[in-house]
Design a protein around this ligand. Structure first.
Ligand SMILES: [Zn+2]
Length: 97
């Protein structure tokens, strides 16, 4: 019986670790599924630009705007900032209510 309890606890802990997403801008733990998933990349390094791909999780519109602003401030002109479509749909719906 003890073993069963231990396995259950371990499974629960593992699930919690895999669910934990933090904001790449402010570091807050993201609990809401309605966060913003962003992919950034640029073409500055020719063929090596594949290494410039970054996946970001951002907790709020404020963090998204701050992050986007900082990203383009350091831009050399070839940067791309892709925001996951579903999240943008939510944002647009909220803004146009
Ligand atoms: Zn944040």
């Amino acid at each position: 019986m003890k073993k069963t309890v231990y396995e259950m606890v371990t499974k629960e802990v593992k699930e919690k670790i895999s669910e934990l997403i933090t904001c790449d801008e402010c570091g807050a733990v993201i609990k809401d599924w309605k966060h913003y998933e962003v992919t950034t990349h640029h073409s500055d390094w020719g063929n090596d630009s594949i290494d410039s791909y970054e996946n970001l999780d951002l907790c709020s519109k404020e963090c998204l705007i701050k992050n986007m602003k900082e990203y383009f401030e350091s831009s050399n002109g070839s940067e791309e900032y892709n925001i996951e479509n579903n999240r943008m749909k939510n944002w647009i719906e909220e803004e146009t209510k």
